[in-house]
Design a binder for this molecule. Structure first.
Ligand SMILES: NC(=O)C1=CN([C@@H]2O[C@H](COP(=O)(O)OP(=O)(O)OC[C@H]3O[C@@H](n4cnc5c(N)ncnc54)[C@H](O)[C@@H]3O)[C@@H](O)[C@H]2O)[C@@H](O)CC1
Ligand SMILES: [K+]
Length: 485
């Protein structure tokens, strides 16, 4: 099952539906126990709990209550616990009593040399950046102090993942029942996310717009079977680049060749350059001579002149799946009717600047709503590029993918992505799966190619086969999503 990321309202609904568990404080005790376990696990990495010291930063709501109960539990295990109350008169009364009873100390500031700090400033009730008192506490921490956020790193918006300044950067985030949207949308600020079962039920509302992500095991990469031949695995047509600027053509066609064992055709003036790099591509200068395909990739480096527009129009007039990228998106910005309401599967793959051109407005802080709105309005699938790639289908369901690093933010990487996603469209994957899976292997290829050093798109393309091999054989390295900083 894909992982689903809830809004704050969905979380509150689920907690309310648990009835007595919420009213009796059971949910909070369970949540606090999960936080204490996570902090103890961090302390146990070096030396255990006894005699160690932990700080807790406590806000005005239940998030602070979780943190106080967690710190009380740690104090009972022999940890020296220090709390700063940001709003002393509003600190969770029962939590504060438990904390004091366990020997925890309330101070005006945290002492130096703490092993860990619990961020209980705000959770799903938080709005806006850290306020000055909290910001001062976090700014004063030793760099080696492990920060464990309760529910969310404070200063990160729960539903949009907007990272306010200042806000907390967590090494570990402990959340309850189900991950929140911010855990995906602001993944680099959350560190390792631990989901603790506190006994709340699934609040799924079938009509609600959902944000989900796929696990590595859910990426079912096309593998040829005994009855397959070169045609049954999908023929993708790439329209990209030009004789003067062949790079986009070579990268997109090369990615299409690499992504599946189906056939790749190319149409455009860079046909000789493409074939010299990839002799297996069947290339032609004109669409009329192209031959049949099962999906088109159109746009990277193709230009925006009248000839390009006419070519795009012809391709979009077909009943084939089409991936629209780069220059083709610029053309569509001026003429949305080219794609809006198109009956065949259509995948637009804008970066933030192209997205703003398409809609006439910046993406803004709420990327999920922005991409889902455009997909619904035009009846197409939209893949919004970024460290967290979002792929919205016309129903408003959004699949997110955290790239795990930003090494793929390099010229030509988008051409590679287009080639991968296009060949998945040609095999018959839905535009949303094609986009989301392409983003995942693309990100993994970037990690494999980089290993900590900058890469160009050629290196990314060269790492695509080893990356796909890991998904196709079900042996992805667990490091895919670990380096958050
Ligand atoms: N509702 C429940 O059943 C459960 C809630 N739990 C915890 O409760 C949290 C939600 O608690 P609350 O609804 O009390 O909300 P929070 O504790 O997240 O924050 C609300 C309080 O913080 C203030 N505030 C908002 N933005 C702020 C900012 N930027 N700086 C400083 N203060 C700010 C608000 O005025 C309000 O007083 C969850 O995130 C979770 O940690 C858990 O105990 C599990 C059970
Ligand atoms: K928090």
């Amino acid at each position: 099952m894909p992982t689903r990321y809830l809004t704050a309202d969905e979380v509150r609904d689920a907690e309310r539906a648990s009835g007595d568990l919420l009213a009796s404080g059971t949910l909070m005790r369970r949540a606090a126990h999960g936080v204490a376990q996570a902090v103890a696990a961090e302390l146990n990495r070096a030396g255990g709990c006894y005699g160690r010291s932990v700080g807790v930063v406590v806000g005005a709501g239940d998030n602070g209550g979780d943190a106080l109960f967690a710190a009380a539990e740690l104090a009972r295990r022999g940890v020296a616990a220090h709390a700063v109350l940001l709003a002393p008169e509003k600190a969770h009364p029962a939590g504060l009593r438990a904390f004091r009873a366990a020997g925890g100390r309330v101070d005006d500031a945290l002492p130096g040399g703490l092993d860990a700090v619990i961020d209980g400033v705000v959770g799903i009730g938080g709005r806006g950046p850290l306020r000055p008192a909290a910001a001062t506490v976090f700014a004063g921490l030793d760099p080696e102090t492990v920060v464990v956020a309760v529910d969310l790193p404070s200063g990160i918006e729960a539903d949009t993942g907007e990272v306010h300044d200042p806000s907390v950067r967590a090494d570990v985030t402990v959340t309850f029942g189900f991950p929140r949207r911010a855990h995906l949308l602001a993944a680099p600020r959350c560190g390792r996310v631990v989901v603790v079962d506190i006994g709340v039920g699934d609040p799924l509302q079938p009509d609600a717009r959902q944000l989900i992500s796929y696990s590595d095991a859910e990426i079912d990469w096309p593998v040829p079977g005994p009855a397959d031949d070169k045609y049954t695995q999908g023929v993708v047509g790439v329209i990209a680049g030009s004789h003067r600027y062949p790079g986009a053509a070579i990268l997109a066609a090369g990615a299409a060749v690499t992504a599946t064992s189906g056939m790749t055709r190319y149409v455009g003036s860079a046909h000789a350059e493409v074939v010299s790099h990839f002799p297996e591509v069947v290339a032609a200068p004109d669409l009329a001579d192209a031959g049949r395909v099962q999906a088109w990739v159109v746009g990277p480096g193709m230009g925006t002149d009248a000839a390009a527009t006419a070519l795009l129009r012809t391709v979009l007039d077909s009943d084939l799946p089409v991936l629209v990228d780069a220059d083709a998106l610029t053309i569509v910005s001026n003429e949305p009717g080219l794609v809006a309401g198109r009956a065949a599967p259509t995948l637009l793959t804008p970066h933030a600047g192209e997205f703003a051109r398409l809609t006439g407005a910046e993406v803004g802080a709420d990327r999920v709503s922005a991409v889902a709105d455009l997909a619904a309005r035009w009846g197409v699938t939209v893949l919004l590029k970024g460290r967290i790639t979002l792929v919205a289908d016309p129903s408003g369901r959004v699949v997110g993918n955290d790239a795990g690093s930003s090494w793929a933010a390099t010229a030509g990487a988008g051409d590679v992505l287009a080639g991968i996603a296009g060949s998945l469209l040609a095999v018959g994957r839905s535009p949303q799966e094609a986009g989301a899976w392409a983003a995942r292997v693309h990100a993994h290829a970037a990690l494999l190619a980089s290993r900590g050093a900058p890469i160009g798109a050629s290196a990314l393309l060269a790492a695509l086969r080893p990356a796909i091999r890991e998904f196709a054989t079900g042996r992805t390295a667990t490091e895919t999503h670990t380096p958050p900083r």
